[in-house]
Write a protein that binds this ligand. Structure first.
Ligand code: FES
Length: 317
């Protein structure tokens, strides 16, 4: 855990603020790779993950941006309403589930709304390395577009393009046309809301082979988590203990009630902190952390949201 001071809070767009976090006691912060995120401990009960927008060699501060969600579970609202400049808060070291591959011939970066945060960090790192890339940033309107000025004034402004849902036809991004041709040796990185991600996944299927499309979700569809649940039993492979998981409880909750703690962070199937191995049974994956390929292997699951398709699931605990 790292204590940091909230040095500066800046309004970046409608309902979006950036938070500059600096080390207390003048120590440097652990360096962060592009696409990394940190856990922010907002209070005793609330921990949320936010991507860093940092460029290279910025170990004197971390910068995150938070969009105040109308359907907030408490995290984004608390960040906006309860955190002030000068506060000391606790964060984790940076972790990265959204790595840039080294030395691709070309990178296509696609951001939807607040999904710009890890993508912006990638653009800054790629620009510093003089790598070939393009950045496309889609948003509902310019008033909701955070960091537009920063990008427009950056040294990668020439390869950055803005697209507004409420703008003229000629600036809209036709995903099928745009993703129909893959630049030689190209890798695609995308981050944004569910609908945006699904549309890009579908549009990129023909031209972008497996392993060249990389994505990071920052939220999940609540219906995908809570819909159509049924009870099942969970067996811990090491102790042989068996517990019933009712339809309205998660595996993590049931185990916690029995004094078996699984480390969690997002509790939404996004971050992978709770990942456990599966020894037997078929998981009912409800997360966005594991890739489709990893889900098919059925040897891991995220117990904060995922369930079981078989009456008994044996996990590696
Ligand atoms: Fe984040 Fe389970 S705690 S995926």
């Amino acid at each position: 855990m790292i204590s940091v001071k909230v040095n500066k809070i800046t309004s970046e767009a409608t309902n979006i603020c950036s938070f500059e976090l600096i080390p207390v006691n003048h120590v440097l912060l652990p360096s962060a790779s592009p696409g990394a995120h940190i856990d922010v401990h907002i209070d005793h009960d609330i921990v949320r993950q936010y991507s860093l927008i940092n460029g290279p060699n910025e170990d004197h501060h971390y910068v995150i941006a938070v969009q105040k969600e109308l359907q907030s579970r408490g995290g984004s609202k608390a960040m906006h309403d309860s955190i002030s400049e000068g506060d000391i808060i606790t964060i984790s070291e940076p972790r990265n589930n959204f790595h840039l591959v080294e030395d691709a011939e070309h990178y296509t970066l696609l951001a939807g709304g607040i999904g710009i945060t890890p993508i912006l960090s990638m653009a800054r790192h790629l620009s510093a390395k003089a790598s070939k890339f393009t950045l496309h940033y889609c948003c509902q309107s310019s008033s909701r577009m955070a960091f537009k000025n920063l990008i427009s004034e950056s040294n990668f402004s020439d390869c950055s393009f803005f697209h507004y849902d409420d703008g003229s036809e000629d600036q809209l991004l036709d995903l099928h046309q745009f993703l129909g041709n893959r630049p030689d040796g190209g890798h695609l990185y995308l981050c944004g809301p569910q609908g945006f991600m699904k549309a890009i996944e579908a549009a990129s299927q023909q031209a972008w082979p497996a392993g060249t499309v990389h994505m990071e979700y920052f939220s999940v569809d609540e219906k995908a988590i809570s819909g159509n649940t049924s009870s099942f039993q969970i067996k811990l492979a090491h102790s042989g203990e068996i517990f019933s998981v009712p339809e309205d409880r998660s595996i993590v909750e049931v185990l916690a009630e029995n004094n078996i703690q699984i480390p969690t962070s997002c509790e939404q199937g996004v971050c992978g902190t709770c990942l456990v191995g599966v020894i037997d049974g078929e998981p009912d994956h409800r997360d966005v952390f594991l890739s489709e390929k990893a889900k098919k292997r059925c040897n891991k699951l995220t117990p904060c949201v995922s369930r079981s398709k078989t009456p008994l699931l044996v996990i590696d605990l």
